[in-house]
Design a binder for this molecule. Structure first.
Ligand code: SGN
Ligand code: CA
Length: 544
């Protein structure tokens, strides 16, 4: 039988409820009076930074202690990837939270439709102070930022020109140092400190043609690096796409532009084999240097050239490939070492200024990159090294330091993640998922099992054929189209280097059927279609 509540007890109970409600009310009022401090966002992105060249992922090639701090003190994503592995499309996806067939920036050539909503605009409208410094790649007037200093197009390593709201300016020095100086100056002096900030700090490095600073050039040309297992891949177990691509170190990397062989050296030698069609890239970069800079670079360039002249003619193809790989790594990793030092400067600034505590720091790249895997440089293909991209996030008090996560997250998810972190409403037509549950360790809330990929820029430099694909943790199913109709399937756990296409292997027949159905479903989900493929081919041909 229920015990009768006495009148006295009832009164005490009511008083308690009332007291509790009013205490909640006053707490609520206090919270409203003093709104929770919205976090600052520092979005750091490099250009073409392979995860293989970050020691948080692997320290075989280089130590990056400063970049590693972000994941040591936050979260490291080991399966982060892009939707279209090339620069401007990746940036457009990050800004809009949409696949490139929806935002229209399917390749580096198509114009970006600036009437679209981008996440910086939403931050600005919500009262954030916003800025973009460094490489955007397209346009000269980014929307939604209170301030900008951006490199025109690809930008230059030495004495770069910058576009600013007040006109163009050229600054003497090394681009990675300059972008960092300007970023720290904005954080420290230029921004409105009454507001939270969203800063996009975007490096040009380590994009081709890989000019390290003079100090790093000196240091890194003394080093030798381990070769990847697939450096001599002959593409025999795959279709025509890998065979016909033009990004092989031996066959396609330029002697001058990339390996820093002077045009005069080539002329003196008369014949340099294998023949690689030259471009005037060496001269274009070198002609920007002032006398002081030349004096620093010249002795190193001379010693590379003298060695080349003396040894190249008697070397076999294997030796040549190995030499080109070392030259490539010396310059590429030299550029990264500067990025790492400069990221360290910014992190130190956040600590010293007391900003670190309430600032989310993200480190990523616009895509991955081949560091000799499959004999390649560049990106574009869906094979892991360029499909995956580094991603680490630090958010004090919210992310448990040292967390690792292997879910399939994409650059498509960034905008929604940042908006949710800043408590800004997310537009319903964005196509990603907020990563906040993963950042907070609520992995059970994450349901994505597969991602969609679509690359378009063909025919073009490096000749990587158009392809779209579905990728799960277990498999990668790819359809190359346009001037071929070829399918590839990779078993990611059995063949992590993606050396053997098992699409026609009868033991994978059921997997193929299942994944083709799932790929169709993904294309529907993200509103991609054969009609859109056709539309973009026609537009591409018109825009030649
Ligand atoms: C330049 C490079 C290419 C590179 C594209 C796209 N050539 O054209 O090697 O693939 O940029 O890179 S270079 O001769 O100019 O160095 S992206 O990162 O901007 O997409
Ligand atoms: Ca890039």
């Amino acid at each position: 039988m229920l015990k009768k509540i006495s009148t006295r007890n009832l009164i005490t109970f009511s008083i308690l409820i009332f007291a509790c409600a009013s205490c909640k009310n006053s707490k609520e009022k206090e919270r409203l009076k003093k709104p929770t401090k919205r976090p600052n966002i520092l979005f750091i992105m490099s250009d073409d930074h392979a995860y293989q060249a970050i020691s948080a992922y692997s320290d075989k090639l280089i130590k990056t202690p400063n970049i590693d701090r972000i994941s040591d003190e936050g979260i490291l994503f080991t399966n982060a990837c892009v939707t279209n592995s090339i620069c401007a499309p990746s940036r457009a996806t990050i800004l809009t939270g949409k696949h490139t067939h929806i935002n229209g920036k399917i390749d580096n050539r198509m114009p970006f439709d600036t009437t679209q909503v981008t996440f910086p605009q939403l931050f600005k409208n919500a009262g954030y102070e916003t800025a973009m410094y460094g490489k955007l790649h397209f346009g000269n007037n980014p929307k939604g930022v209170d301030d900008f200093m951006i490199l025109p197009g690809q930008g230059n390593y030495i004495n770069p020109k910058l576009i600013t709201p007040k006109g163009d300016t050229t600054i003497t020095g090394y681009v990675t140092d300059i972008i960092t100086d300007l970023t720290i100056h904005w954080l420290d002096q230029k921004r409105d400190k009454e507001k939270p900030f969203m800063m996009m700090y975007l490096h040009k490095a380590p994009h081709r043609p890989w000019w390290p600073s003079p100090e790093k050039f000196k240091e890194f040309t003394q080093k030798t690096f381990p070769e990847p297992a697939s450096l001599f891949d002959d593409y025999s177990n795959r279709g025509t796409a890998a065979k016909s691509a033009e990004m092989n170190l031996l066959q396609h990397m330029k002697y001058g532009h990339d390996s820093k062989i002077r045009p005069e050296t080539i002329k003196e030698m008369g014949k340099v084999e294998p023949y690689v069609p030259p471009i005037n890239g060496f001269t274009a970069a070198y002609s920007r240097f002032n006398d002081k800079q030349r004096a620093l670079y010249d002795p190193i360039i001379d010693s590379i050239n003298n060695w080349f002249k003396a040894n190249w003619p008697t070397m076999n193809d294997t030796q040549k490939m190995k030499w080109k790989y070392q030259r490539y790594m010396q310059d590429y990793l030299g550029c990264i070492s500067s990025v790492d030092d400069n990221v360290g400067r910014v992190l130190d600034y956040l600590d010293e200024s007391g900003l670190a505590e309430n600032t989310i720091v993200i480190y990523t790249s616009d895509q991955g990159f081949y560091l000799g895997e499959h004999g390649w440089f560049d990106k574009r293909f869906i094979y892991d090294e360029s499909f995956k991209t580094p991603l680490m996030i630090r958010w004090p008090n919210e992310i448990t330091p040292g967390t690792t996560n292997d879910e399939m997250v994409q650059n498509l998810d960034f905008a929604q993640t940042f908006l949710e972190a800043a408590q800004i409403k997310i537009p319903s037509d964005m196509q990603g998922e907020s990563l906040i549950p993963l950042l907070k360790g609520n992995t059970a809330e994450w349901n994505r099992k597969a991602v969609y990929y679509h690359y378009y820029e063909y025919p073009a430099e490096h000749m990587v054929k158009r392809h779209y694909a579905i990728v799960t943790k277990e498999y990668k199913l790819v359809h190359f189209y346009y001037d071929v109709d070829e399918w590839e399937l990779y078993d990611r756990s059995k063949d992590p280097q993606e050396m053997t296409n098992v699409y026609n292997d009868p033991s994978y027949a059921a997997t193929v059927t299942e994944l083709r159905k799932k790929l169709d479903d993904l294309r529907l989900k993200y509103k991609d279609s054969p009609e859109l493929d056709r539309k973009y081919i026609d537009l591409y041909e018109k825009n030649k």
